[in-house]
Design a protein around this ligand. Structure first.
Ligand SMILES: Cc1cc2nc3c(=O)[nH]c(=O)nc-3n(C[C@H](O)[C@H](O)[C@H](O)COP(=O)(O)OP(=O)(O)OC[C@H]3O[C@@H](n4cnc5c(N)ncnc54)[C@H](O)[C@@H]3O)c2cc1C
Length: 445
């Protein structure tokens, strides 16, 4: 393996959430020859992070953590520091609080377990009136049928996702990272393998140019396994989001809202102040798109999930969004959406991230598997990717984030992986009967 120096050529594939953060961390550590390839102008319309907001929770490890809990809590601890103190990130974190709620007994017990150890910080919500008191008068007008939950007004909230991604991108550019973007010069069509196949030596783009590099970092989100064989460790899975427009008067009271999260119904976050739009996601185990098209990881005839872009959502998803609103904010439940899209992420088997050098391949670090939780970790993930590249990552973190194909042997693509909502099962886009229409932003994908 070529030794790593500050002059080594380093190629990042994917300028989304994790790619922009990686570019920033590499530049801050003094790497002088860093190039990032991104298939779209940044912010990419297909990046999961190109969004008005994402939920952020603070955290820290404790003495009695299991290895799994330690991994998650340690990443929380580091990411929290970035969101609070780092000039690139701190303007984008809004710690407005969070409400975890549920309908069924088992999901209620699950979220109650989540508050274990910090019970004194949470206020129990047992009635519609309890829920209404968590936000300014007039926001929550619903009956909250059978909802119960817990609320805390600190230690969590939301981040302005697109803003944070652009901030990392701009600072990385300023520090000298070269960004090559667009469907021809920035879109990677294949990785460059050495003759004996044991080394990755860069990537080829759609314009036919070979970008040779000492080290390649693959972080193309849900599209990563179109370029490299992940041995079934990642499953591209999509979720759905819609924006509901608000009047000037409504926007004036929908301010500083805690995140309202119900894993059986959906969630909403404080509206985007500029556009006056409330983002709502319906909750469900996810959509896949099973195809048998050949990729580096799948022979023709082998079924696997493959992402595609669409700035619309299935009508069944619209129905779920409206049900969430009907129960919590009925006054805006019937309004036309101003925007909607499907949004892809990649699920690992255990929903822990995958950041490692794959066995038997020199010159490559893969970073994928956001598993629906990869935005709040954006600042720390970039750090960990560079730590892994340099071989200095904390041992317990490296172990949790390791290349682990043994977990994916015979993987069940239908596994719901501890998620709730919808029909309680993974859905395939091939079974969708209709899509929302009208009032959508026209975006060329
Ligand atoms: C609906 C939804 C809600 C979510 N909510 C939250 C939340 O509240 N909190 C949270 O922490 N996380 C949340 N997440 C998860 C989080 O958004 C993702 O885990 C995270 O954004 C993944 O980052 P990424 O860099 O792996 O992928 P992305 O941000 O998708 O970036 C991948 C990039 O690779 C580019 N690319 C793809 N193929 C190529 C190619 N061939 N050549 C060049 N470039 C390419 C894409 O254009 C894209 O810019 C949510 C995800 C979804 C889908």
């Amino acid at each position: 393996m070529a030794s790593l120096s500050k002059d080594s050529s380093i190629l990042i594939i994917g300028g989304g959430t994790w790619g922009c953060s990686t570019a920033l961390h590499l530049a801050r550590r003094g790497y002088k020859n860093v190039t990032l390839l991104e298939a779209h102008p940044i912010p990419s319309p297909i990046s999961a992070g190109n969004d008005v907001n994402k939920i952020m929770e603070e955290g820290e490890p404790s003495q009695d953590d299991t290895e799994e809990q330690y991994l998650w809590n340690r990443m929380h601890q580091i990411t929290t520091k970035y969101w609070k103190d780092d000039d690139v990130f701190k303007a984008f974190y809004h710690p407005t609080g969070i409400i975890f709620s549920a309908i069924s007994d088992d999901v209620y017990e699950h979220i109650k377990g989540y508050t274990k150890g910090t019970e004194s910080e949470w206020i129990s919500l047992e009635s519609p009136e309890d829920f209404k008191k968590t936000m300014p008068e007039g926001v929550l007008q619903g009956d909250f049928p059978d909802w119960r939950g817990f609320w805390k007004d600190h230690g969590a909230g939301w981040v302005f996702a697109r803003g944070a991604m652009m901030s990392a991108y701009e600072e990385a550019s300023r520090l000298g990272v070269r960004f090559i973007t667009g469907p021809s010069s920035g879109k990677v069509t294949s990785l460059i393998h050495s003759d004996n196949k044991d080394t990755i030596a860069g990537a080829q783009t759609a314009d036919g140019i070979s970008h040779r590099a000492d080290q390649t970092i693959l972080c193309a989100g849900a599209n990563s396994d179109l370029l490299f064989d992940f041995e079934q460790q990642i499953r591209p899975t999509a979720w759905t989001l819609a924006h509901v427009p608000l009047s000037v008067e409504e926007a004036a009271i929908f301010k500083g809202l805690p995140v309202l999260y119900n894993p059986e119904r959906g969630f909403s976050v404080e509206p985007d102040a500029e556009k006056r739009e409330l983002k709502v996601c319906d909750e469900h185990p996810g959509y896949i798109n099973m195809v048998n098209i050949a990729t580096p990881g799948y022979n023709e005839g082998t079924m696997h999930s493959q992402p595609f872009a669409r700035h619309q959502i299935p009508v069944e998803s619209e129905t779920r969004v409206r049900k969430f609103l009907q129960e919590a904010m009925p006054q805006i439940a019937d309004r036309d959406f101003s925007f909607a899209r499907i949004c892809w992420d990649a699920d690992t088997m255990d929903r822990q991230f995958l950041i490692d050098r794959p066995k038997g391949k020199d010159g490559l670090v893969v970073a994928a598997g956001g598993s629906g939780m990869g935005f709040m970790m954006m600042p720390v993930v970039g750090q960990l990717i560079v730590d892994r590249l340099e071989g200095v990552i904390e041992e317990r973190l490296q172990n949790g984030l390791r290349w682990r194909p043994e977990q994916a042997v015979g993987r069940d693509w239908q596994a719901i992986q501890d998620r709730h909502g919808g029909e309680g099962k993974i859905m395939d886009f091939h079974d969708v009967k209709g899509w929302t229409s009208g009032h959508m932003n026209k975006v060329q994908l």
